[in-house]
Design a protein around this ligand. Sequence first.
Ligand SMILES: *[C@@H]1O[C@H](CO)[C@@H](O)[C@H](O)[C@H]1NC(C)=O
Ligand SMILES: *[C@@H]1O[C@H](CO)[C@@H](O)[C@H](O)[C@H]1NC(C)=O
Ligand SMILES: *[C@@H]1O[C@H](CO)[C@@H](O)[C@H](O)[C@H]1NC(C)=O
Ligand SMILES: *[C@@H]1O[C@H](CO)[C@@H](O)[C@H](O)[C@H]1NC(C)=O
Ligand SMILES: *[C@@H]1O[C@H](CO)[C@@H](O)[C@H](O)[C@H]1NC(C)=O
Ligand SMILES: *[C@@H]1O[C@H](CO)[C@@H](O)[C@H](O)[C@H]1NC(C)=O
Ligand SMILES: *[C@@H]1O[C@H](CO)[C@@H](O)[C@H](O)[C@H]1NC(C)=O
Ligand SMILES: *[C@@H]1O[C@H](CO)[C@@H](O)[C@H](O)[C@H]1NC(C)=O
Ligand SMILES: *[C@@H]1O[C@H](CO)[C@@H](O)[C@H](O)[C@H]1NC(C)=O
Ligand SMILES: *[C@@H]1O[C@H](CO)[C@@H](O)[C@H](O)[C@H]1NC(C)=O
Ligand SMILES: *[C@@H]1O[C@H](CO)[C@@H](O)[C@H](O)[C@H]1NC(C)=O
Ligand SMILES: *[C@@H]1O[C@H](CO)[C@@H](O)[C@H](O)[C@H]1NC(C)=O
Length: 705
Amino acid sequence: MRSLLLWVFYVHRLAGGSVASPLQPREPIDRKAVVTKFNPIRQASSNSTPLQLGNGNFAFGADITGLQTFQPFNTLSSWGWHNMSLPTTPNQTLPSDFTGLDWWTHGRLVNYAQPNPAEGDISNWMIQNPQRINLGRIGVWFGGKNISEEMLIGKTQELHLWEGSLESRFEFDGVETVVKTWVDPDSDTLAVRMEGMGRVDGSLSVFLDFPYADVNKFDAPFVGTYKGVGNHTTTLKTLGAQGVIRHDLDATTYYTTVNWEGRASLTGPLSGTHRYILKPANGSDDLSFTVNFSPRISQLNSSLESVSMATTNWWFQYWNNGAFADLVSETPSANATELQRRIILSQYLVAVNSAGHDPPQESGLVNNGWYGKFHLEMVVWHLVHFARWGRASLMDRSLGMYKRFLPTSLQRAADQGYEGARWGKMSDPSGRSAPGEINSLLIWQQPHPAYFAEVQWRQNPGNETLEMWDEILTHTADFMASFAWWNASTGVYDLGPPMYPVSENTKPNVTINPTFELAYWRFGLGVAKSWRERQGRTVPSKWVDVLDQLAPLPTVNGTYSVYEGIPNMWTSNTTTNDHPAMSGIFGLLPPTPDFNVTVSLNTARKIKETWGFGDLYGWDFAMLAMNSLRLGDVEQAVEYLLDSNYQFDDAGYAVGGVRVPTPYMPSTGAFLLAVAMMAGGWDGQEGVHFPADWIAKCEGFEPAM
Ligand SMILES: *[C@@H]1O[C@H](CO)[C@@H](O)[C@H](O)[C@H]1NC(C)=O
Ligand SMILES: *[C@@H]1O[C@H](CO)[C@@H](O)[C@H](O)[C@H]1NC(C)=O
Ligand SMILES: *[C@@H]1O[C@H](CO)[C@@H](O)[C@H](O)[C@H]1NC(C)=O
Ligand SMILES: *[C@@H]1O[C@H](CO)[C@@H](O)[C@H](O)[C@H]1NC(C)=O
Ligand SMILES: *[C@@H]1O[C@H](CO)[C@@H](O)[C@H](O)[C@H]1NC(C)=O
Ligand SMILES: *[C@@H]1O[C@H](CO)[C@@H](O)[C@H](O)[C@H]1NC(C)=O
Ligand SMILES: *[C@@H]1O[C@H](CO)[C@@H](O)[C@H](O)[C@H]1NC(C)=O
Ligand SMILES: *[C@@H]1O[C@H](CO)[C@@H](O)[C@H](O)[C@H]1NC(C)=O
Ligand SMILES: *[C@@H]1O[C@H](CO)[C@@H](O)[C@H](O)[C@H]1NC(C)=O
Ligand SMILES: *[C@@H]1O[C@H](CO)[C@@H](O)[C@H](O)[C@H]1NC(C)=O
Ligand SMILES: *[C@@H]1O[C@H](CO)[C@@H](O)[C@H](O)[C@H]1NC(C)=O
Ligand SMILES: *[C@@H]1O[C@H](CO)[C@@H](O)[C@H](O)[C@H]1NC(C)=O
């Protein structure tokens, strides 16, 4: 069948002040029809993922009741963090007692923030602290009766993606209760309307409970503990239709402000707990309330109506602006429909989980991985898709971290004898990088600022963008140039050893010149150089030196290898495992001058034949898909995106697979990046790249570099 290709590509770039005129869609996309088709509907709580409401900085995970009645899913934020008490071990009582380890690095000892066996307690403390806290649990209170989920009948709920609201229904004692839940786009406020609570004895109420912090590397699906009640305190003050609960966990304090409408009472805590009860007056048929969480006493008195209206409006703007890909209204094949489902649900989930003041943790605001900390090498996967989907402002929200983390990154480099800024890895909001062998030796996060700077430049090429990134890029490039080591015997600059490449499974003391990092160093230094040129300033000679004389991309038998001289490339299952980052030099990065497409094709073939796909992290499939696209194999790209090891659950969360718990948000971001490449193309190949027999209607996409 001949395909009718309908595509629209709006050129957003303001080149020299003029706007290229957009092609008019022959048929507008009915965005609402496509979005609402994929509303998650559940008849029971999931035991692994909630349905979520949130605003990027704050999210509430709900069970089948629209609250956290049976499954204590989490309420997480950008700002809610806690420290356990410091160790009391002699000489290990303060973070400043941590000294790390010295490793030989090209003939000199360099100090790395790695756990030192002689100071295990403070090392551990620094890995586990601070940890992100679950702010609270809010559920239906059955008057103290032991009611289980199975005892409710007629349970059903629908997440209304278009409005950002959750509607849940259940029947208890012969009365149907409807719970509607929203989260304010602009404040960390939950709004709840419960209808049909009218019971003679008014037994249906709401409870609020407050957990203590936990120190589990992966705290999933539930964060915190309701044991150890004596380890923290809560106090309630009520005034009229408002109650404020102050929660103190050691040095952490925050306030939960409950505003209700109509006659009700907030009392508690129930003895031996931190549980409070919000109870409607006898005879009340419904209960509307808002719950705001804040590190300061809130001045807000948000009404349900104002929160629900602001939420509806925000999501209306979100879905109507930015890019859109419609793969199903003309040719609803099973594969296109599954991709569309993932697209819609992923777009919802990134707005809820990945658009905060700090970059998201790998599990977003769903649960905790790595104690709630975030990984700076993951930020490109988490954030760049926003820009390519025409929603750069959501990406920009967290990029301020580079300025905030600059002083500690300059210090990190200086302490190690390098120029410039060495960006950390597993981070907390202060920018401290948790001790770890991999954490201290990974390097592919270093060029990321260049990637973001160039993405912003393409959207807004002007002095403002140049100024915004100039200082960061200068310090970034200074470090990259200074890290590269002049190898007099080979006459090139080497990267490493010691180091860890993207695939964190090589021996750090022998890892040298990995393919992806070399290409990324070329890209990053190239951006820094053009930044200077765009400003009409001189380019530091060291940058040019390293750019011109960086080691060539390593090859084995006409394929790119993980790193130069790696033994048994393609013949050992330990080398063909973990991230196949050689595909990233064409998948994620634009080709650098020494890129050889024949070698890349050979490499893609070898990866397909030999790689351990069962062990991959989801974003690898998106990276492989983008590589396939550029190599001209659209069918292969779709196959990678639908690989059986790359799953998305009924609510659209990327399944963690064998390595990490669900959700794994880098997979989600990478997926949206791959879709953007199929829908918007890349420089020189703009436009849609879907299978020939799909009718894809796409609008608003930015092409990839
Ligand atoms: C945790 O402790 C560190 C080091 O003492 C401190 O900088 C940070 O502010 C503390 N964070 C919290 C949430 O208490
Ligand atoms: C603590 O440090 C002091 C001073 O350096 C030293 O004398 C002492 O042996 C150390 N104690 C332990 C338990 O390492
Ligand atoms: C790397 O070399 C350092 C010495 O410079 C040594 O302490 C360390 O244990 C080595 N690491 C590995 C993983 O072999
Ligand atoms: C509540 O009921 C469940 C069964 O539905 C039972 O397993 C549990 O022990 C009960 N809890 C209490 C406190 O009675
Ligand atoms: C509500 O009804 C219950 C049971 O009928 C009764 O015990 C309670 O005093 C009533 N509360 C109020 C505030 O009227
Ligand atoms: C409460 O604090 C004590 C003393 O610090 C600690 O041993 C215990 O594990 C804590 N309980 C919980 C549930 O965190
Ligand atoms: C908050 O607003 C509601 C509705 O607008 C009002 O009934 C209530 O008295 C206000 N509460 C406070 C503490 O200002
Ligand atoms: C940008 O900055 C340059 C150098 O400072 C200046 O010459 C130029 O006029 C500026 N352009 C705009 C559009 O402001
Ligand atoms: C290159 O390919 C040949 C022929 O397949 C094979 O014998 C050889 O071991 C390969 N070399 C490396 C370094 O893998
Ligand atoms: C690219 O690699 C192939 C295979 O190794 C080689 O034959 C070819 O000469 C290379 N092309 C360039 C431009 O270097
Ligand atoms: C490699 O293969 C061996 C032997 O089949 C197996 O025991 C091992 O788990 C595999 N390793 C990886 C990383 O897949
Ligand atoms: C759907 O995708 C799967 C996985 O890539 C592939 O095996 C299958 O052939 C595709 N189906 C159609 C109809 O293209």
